[in-house]
Write a protein that binds this ligand. Structure first.
Ligand SMILES: [Zn+2]
Length: 213
């Protein structure tokens, strides 16, 4: 019987090399267990784990989960926040906009893809700008719901930057909305946290205008 998923596109030698690097020996104990269980899911779906194209998939998925998509589950991966004295007395908002959000919906394990806009008003300290991107990425790289991710980013920044003047907006597409269920490919989800001065209309309006919302 013809099984469409058995078709490979003949990627030759590079597939073999990859299979070698995906041997069980290269996996951590946790990754090996995830690979074992994912192989069972694939088998239950009727996939042939002896197929050259599929045999490395359980290990590949396990490594992807542990080393990439869900690295934010380990507190030791939280970004180090180094502050610099605000010697120049900058007291307007600092905005980092259109920060890439790549997360995974914890209800369906499919992607959440979008952007975050983050702002704070410095007091005695300023932070290296790329740290704001890293904070968003850290909280995105775990199974998430967008509402909680928004709060987590705001809480973390308020603590680390030693200011309550924090704004976080996340604007994202959820593949659990576009690929399944209602299958609405156009809609996006917006969530926000406005803390401290960002609850004042004028400050909030300035922030929203700056990020184009
Ligand atoms: Zn979902």
């Amino acid at each position: 019987m013809e099984k469409p998923y058995l078709h490979t596109n003949g990627h030759g030698g590079c597939g073999e090399t990859e299979a070698l690097t995906l041997s069980a020996a290269s996996l951590s104990e946790k990754e090996a267990q995830i690979a074992h269980h994912f192989a069972q899911i694939m088998a239950l779906l009727g996939l042939d784990l002896n197929d050259p194209s599929l045999q490395g998939t359980p290990a590949r998925v396990a490594k992807m989960y542990v080393r990439e998509l869900f690295v934010g589950l380990c507190p030791e991966n939280a970004p180090e926040i180094r502050l610099f004295p605000n010697t120049y007395g900058y007291n307007q908002m600092v905005i980092e906009k259109e920060i890439r959000v790549r997360s995974v919906c914890e209800h369906h394990f499919v992607p959440i893809i979008g952007v975050a806009h983050v702002a704070y008003i410095p007091r005695e300290y300023v932070v290296g700008l790329s740290k704001l991107n890293r904070v968003v990425d850290y909280f995105a790289r775990r199974p998430q719901v967008q509402e909680r991710m928004t709060i987590q980013i705001a809480d973390f920044l308020a603590e680390k930057l030693q200011t309550s003047d924090i704004a976080v907006v996340i604007d994202a597409k959820h593949y659990c909305v576009s690929m399944r269920g209602i299958q609405d490919e156009a809609s996006r989800t917006l969530t926000y946290a406005f803390r401290g001065a960002f609850q004042e209309k004028e400050v909030q309006d300035t922030f929203l205008r700056m990020v184009g919302l």
